[in-house]
Ligand binder design. Sequence first.
Ligand code: MSP
Length: 649
Amino acid sequence: MDSFYITTPIFYVNAKPHLGHAYTTTVADSVTRFHRLMGEETYFLTGTDEHGDKIVQAAEANNQTPQEYVDTISALFQDLWPQMNITNDDFIRTTEPRHIEVVQGILQKVFDSGDIYFGEYGGHYCFGCERFYTEKELVDGKCPDHQTVPEYIAEKNYFFKMSKYQNWLKDHINKNPDFIRPERYKNEVLSLLESGELEDLCISRPKSRLTWGIELPFDKDYVTYVWFDALINYLTALEYPEGEKFKKFWPKTNHLIAKDILKPHAVFWPTMLKAAGIEPFQNLNVHGYWLVEDTKMSKSIGNVVEPLAMKDKYGLDAFRYFLMRDMVFGQDSSFSEKALVGRLNAELANDLGNLFSRTLSMTHKYFEGVIPRPDVEDIIDAEIKKLGQDAMREFQDNFSEFKFSRGLEGLWKLVRGLNKYIDETAPWTLFKEKDMGRLSTVIYVLLENMRKIAVHLWPVMPEASEKMLEQLGITFDPEKISLPKELDVWGLLECGDTVAKTSNLFPRVELVEAKEEKPAKKGKGKKDKQKAKKAEMPEGITTIEFEDFQKLDLRVGTIKEVDKHPDADRLLLVRVDTGDDELRQVVAGIADFFAPADLVGKQVVVVCNLKPRKLRKQLSQGMILAVKNGEGLELLTVTAEVPGGSKVS
Ligand code: MSP
């Protein structure tokens, strides 16, 4: 059986857990569950990082000893994770004896091999970062992170010969293109390695200055620098060096971090491993930052998002879904409850929730709740099966590559496809016409595809997925599920079993500001369609079929960046978030009417499937809809903000 090992950063215990910690840990949990259903043996590690200056200061401020303090905060993390349905296999604390032993073992090994030496060093030390900065790294003489002037400290310390491994690391990254992903972070690390000589890493602190750390095995007067201590946690948990777990899982190590700790993971860690004679990890997966109204979360601004508050307000699975769907892995994302509510209503309540409640209630109405045996087939059934296979493959491929947002978008093609299948097969008409042979197939196709959707959603929304399966008469058992097999297998749903009568998994929620936005009444759209069909068209107007209109991929996009076209005064290069992994560039002839800065943040309607073309050498991937207004021009927009990429229908 293939194996898979995933780790989160071990979090500092100087602050309570917030949205950022919850995001990384939720991703790790979803990925673990996904690999489990892909048939792999998984191991998932998280924990807390408990040594260093920062902890001593925080403990003092709290009138506690460092040990009392770390125990209290570490417990907050340990208590939170089960409430978020996080299924970590181990929780490591760097103050545990098992960890101290492994750190000292590795230090001794690297010392004995000659890669640790004693030297004098003077540098600009930032207490916030607990590291020395070179002149070059400071911005206006200040630490770029804390905006404080570091203290100049000269002292004797131990150094790790990191510089010795610079070329090896460059080579390794070049030979293993997935070693650091997404690519932008790989490029960032490569350019750092190419920009000059890598310095040796100071890996000790004199006890005269700091005692809260792991003692160096070869010098009692020193403790280990926090990063050298912390990174090794990933090995401790696998019982390095002799443990079975180490042998099984280490070759399949996937570290998960945000961009803030890229350098320690992408430079310090692989070179440390190399020096200790340990194979490098398999992948470093780097995500962006959750911002709140485009600013960093901070206690002093008071904009820290608390995961449990979101869970209580919207439900755990809806919150987990939003985190996985909204952030494009690798890029920063702005957290807003408005966007959360928008997605919840559009994608969970409308698309997924409606599919379940419509189909279950039809099964009751037409078959007394019993899953019918499929009978008469039609070409449309083969089409939806194919669509399902493609959607599931898209989900699986993208999830394997940490492209969660795209994966879920792929699966939603099936969710939406099935809603359309209901409209097109019109089961109510089949029932009226007593075409039970055809009706049986339609209902079976719907239910079997809903089963497939439910199992694919388990990694992201475990509780909801289990409930969906329960509603389909199935008891969830991860050992019986294989996502790869779901691509080809058909008919696992037992005919003759009974399904639930109703499903209200994702009730609509409303934001206070969105009150007047009443949800459309069920069936109203259909009546309107029928009315439109009957309405007479004035002469000379060409009508199109609804299917023709559906060919248009119209989406609401949020304008993120605008530049003037370098070679054309009337054109602007508008980059819009239309829900894709990358921003979409549209070359628009609107420079006479709008200044670039006025457009940023506006929501517009974009034709996304217009054939891309180059306009004066600049690629245009769509069209922004606008209305002429006398001499002026107005852009089509929406009455309330919706998530970028929302479909216009
Ligand atoms: N203790 C070190 C890590 C040592 S790992 C060997 C540390 N701890 S931390 O508490 O500061 O955690 C940083 C991590 O928390 C980020 O890399 C990310 O996983 C998560 N996040 C904290 N704030 C975040 C956001 N605003 N957005 C997304 N994730 C962020 O660094």
